[in-house]
Every structure is written in C-alpha cells, then in structure tokens.
Design a protein around this ligand. Structure first.
Ligand code: ATP
Ligand code: MG
Length: 392
C-alpha cells in the first residue's frame, strides 16, 4: 500500500551548520541498512526530511525492521506522495487514502496540515477544516477529535504533497560515524554487547576485541562472540572484530602472580592490548561493560586498578546500571538469548576462590614485575597473531 517512508530525525536537526554532515551520515547509514533488503530504494534528502522510496517490488515489513535499527531515526512514517493538482483532487486523494489504510472506519481523526510553501492558495487552518469536511462527507461513521484522535492525518504541502498518519518509532540517537570510533571489549556475556550498543547509539562507530583462550575457551565460545557482534552490527554496520589469543599470557600470569590478583592483572593486560589496537586503528576510546560492584573485578578499587594502565578514555556506559536494567536493554536489542548460552569466559577459567575486591595498585604493580622476563614478548606475539574477522 505504501511505497515510501518519510524519515524523521530529532537531535540531528538541531546541529546548526553541521546539520548537513549529520543528514548525509544518516542517508549513508540508511543506504547501508537497506542494502540487504529485497528491492531497490532511492534514498534522498529534501527540505529537512529524508525520503526512502522503493522502486518496484519490496518487502515493507523487512524494510521497516531494518530502519528501526538505524540510529538517528526518530520516526518512520509510511507516506503517500501526491502531486499538487488542485484542492479538489487532494480531497479525493485523502479520502482514498483513509479508505485504503483504515478499513475499520469507526475512528476519530484530526487533520494536521502544514505549508512549507506559502504560495499554496489555502492556509493551514483552512486546509484542516476543508479536508476534515471532505473526509466526514465520505465516511459519516468517522468523527473529529482534536485532542486525542485515533488518526492524526498529516498533510505537508511541499514540492509534492505528503500524506501520512502513522509514525513507527525509530531508535533515536545519532547516525553511526558522526562521533568517531571506539574499541569495544566484547566478551560473550550480557553486558558488553549492551555497552557497545549504547555508545554506538551516540553516533560512535565500533571496532571490537575479544580475548580468546583456547583450549580453555572453546571455538563455540568464540562463535558466540561473533554472533553477538553480528547482532550489534545490525545497528551499527560492519564491525571489525579482532580476536586475540590470550592463552599464553593468561597461563604466564597464573604461574607468576598471586591467584587472588589474577583477574585484575589479566584485565590490565586486556586493557593494554585493547588500547594498543585502538591506537593503531584510529579509535578514540575503549568501551567495556563494567558496572560498579557487579563482581570483585568491578569494585571502585578494581576499576581504578584496571583503568590506570591506559591513557585513552574508557567508556563504561553501564556503570550505574543494575543487572536487571542491563538485561532489559539486552532483551530489547536482541542480544540476550545469545548472551545467556552457556560458554566459558576466559576471565573465569582460573578464577580464584577469593579474588581481591580492594586491590592496591602499588601491590599489583609490584606483582606484575614478576612477569618482566617474558610478558613483553608474549604481548608482542599476541598482537602479531591476532585474527581479524569483519562482521556484517
Ligand atoms: P560481560 O557480561 O560483558 O561479559 P561480565 O559481567 O562478565 O561482563 P567481566 O568478565 O568482569 O564482566 O568483564 C568486564 C568487561 O571486560 C566486559 O564487559 C568486557 O567489556 C570486558 N571483557 C571481559 N572479558 C573479556 C574478553 N574475554 N574479551 C573481551 N573483553 C572482555
Ligand atoms: Mg564476562
């Protein structure tokens, strides 16, 4: 019934001179998102709106599902375009529109007209009244309700006339790519995919790094991380996932350092390695799924200890979230079901019975000196042997 969508965007409309950059980024993201959809689309901007028009056959449901994942979109309105062929013709078009879109006409409505073109012969109020009258004449079972109408019939008079009455909510946020790029530490758990989603929603492109510890973590655990990256990529576009073989580093730490400090020291090496890759790939920050107090390695002292090894900013969007709140987001974005599949976490393989909850940074640094002999070489090898998976 509809062959086009009017795309509304909120925040990006207010960016002054940067507006064009944001609009272009949004057009680019929409184009990317629809690449895998059935059908050909023309995507263009005009007068503060973005239009997605299908040329020929297309799958409306799939198209809407894809658009609902493009950050920067606040609303998706299925729209009918009419040529301006006089007001009488417009009335017919609108009556036809209601007839098709609302087979059950036991509804209240309100016409909301806007003129972007002041040379149109009628003013907005007049259009509202006259179109309303035409609709009532055609469908006496309908009635007008100006406060809480079932149907808000939008009429925008521009180069063409746009008719739409439905707004499907978009995800909001900013188009990916407008905010630079950051490196997500992605594990197989619930938290890190949510953290990545939240930062990407602010317009930040994601790269990701996963620390894999075969044979302690299985190929299945790695496949699960790839699956999670793929779900997140449904929102962000392609993600470059760097897989680091962490086994030797982990075993070496296990051999040389007190076991209560194992997790903290491991996390410090993860951050160091992530930062190294981030700097090589032009990322402006790191992202983790940490939340204060969730586990021993996420107390304020532990976070301070992991934080101090890097100079890039570390973004922890879940820092003040309860697990329940994180789960809600993961369910909403579709990562939860995958996250809860059983897997071995490389962090938890060698976990001590009583990990430190208040690590002392000086002590940690002193114990890390036990690693002096081989650690540099091990880190170098880990970086040299890293595997890159481009996840789309
Ligand atoms: P998640 O649910 O994201 O796995 P978690 O509650 O298991 O988090 P930790 O294991 O302490 O928490 O990890 C904290 C953060 O460190 C994770 O959110 C993630 O950003 C990062 N991290 C942990 N393990 C790995 C790993 N193997 N590879 C990449 N990043 C990791
Ligand atoms: Mg984890």
């Amino acid at each position: 019934m509809f062959t086009a969508f009017l795309i509304k965007y909120a925040e990006i409309g207010i960016k002054g001179k940067n507006r064009y950059l944001f609009e272009d980024a949004l057009v680019h993201q929409i184009r990317n998102a629809l690449k895998k959809c059935e059908g050909e689309f023309s995507i263009h901007k005009s007068q503060g709106r973005i239009h997605v028009e299908a040329a020929g056959e297309f799958d409306a449901e799939e198209t809407v599902e894809r658009l609902k994942k493009v950050f920067g979109i606040s609303g998706i309105c299925p729209v009918v375009y009419a040529e301006d062929e006089g007001f009488g013709k417009l009335c017919d078009t609108v009556v036809g529109y209601i007839g098709r879109v609302y087979p059950d006409r036991n509804k209240t409505f309100k016409v909301h007209a806007r003129r972007a073109r002041k040379d149109y012969p009628k003013e907005s109020m007049e259009i509202n009244a006259d179109l309303g009258e035409a609709v009532l004449r055609a469908y006496p079972e309908m009635s007008v309700d100006v406060h809480e109408p079932d149907i808000l019939l939008n009429i925008e008079i521009r180069d063409k006339i746009y008719i739409y009455s439905e707004t499907i909510p978009g995800p909001g946020g900013m188009p990916v790519g407008t905010g630079g790029k950051a490196m997500l530490l992605l594990s197989g758990g619930i938290d890190s995919p949510v953290a990545g989603y939240m930062i990407a929603k602010r317009g930040v492109k994601l790269d990701a790094v996963y620390f894999h510890a075969p044979p302690y973590t299985s190929d299945r655990a790695k496949a699960k991380v790839v699956d999670l990256a793929r779900i997140v990529a449904g929102y962000t576009g392609p993600i470059w996932l760097h897989v680091i073989n962490f086994t030797d580093i982990q075993l070496y730490i296990y051999e040389k350092c007190p076991h209560e400090e194992l997790t903290i020291i491991m996390r410090r090496y993860m951050m160091r390695i992530a930062e190294h890759i981030a700097e090589e790939t032009g990322c402006l920050g790191l992202i983790t799924g940490e939340s204060i107090g969730q586990v021993a390695s996420q107390t304020m002292s532990s976070l301070a200890a992991t934080n101090e090894v890097c100079t890039l900013p570390v973004y922890r969007p879940l820092i003040g979230f309860d697990k329940k709140e994180i789960v809600e987001v993961s369910e909403k974005i579709g990562t939860f079901e995958t996250s809860i599949l059983p897997y071995e976490d490389c962090c938890t393989i060698f976990v001590a019975k009583h990990p430190v909850t208040k690590p002392n940074v000086k002590v940690i640094r002193r114990h890390e000196r036990n690693l002096e002999e081989k650690i540099e070489e091990l880190v170098k090898t880990a970086l040299e042997t890293k595997e890159l998976i481009v996840v789309e």
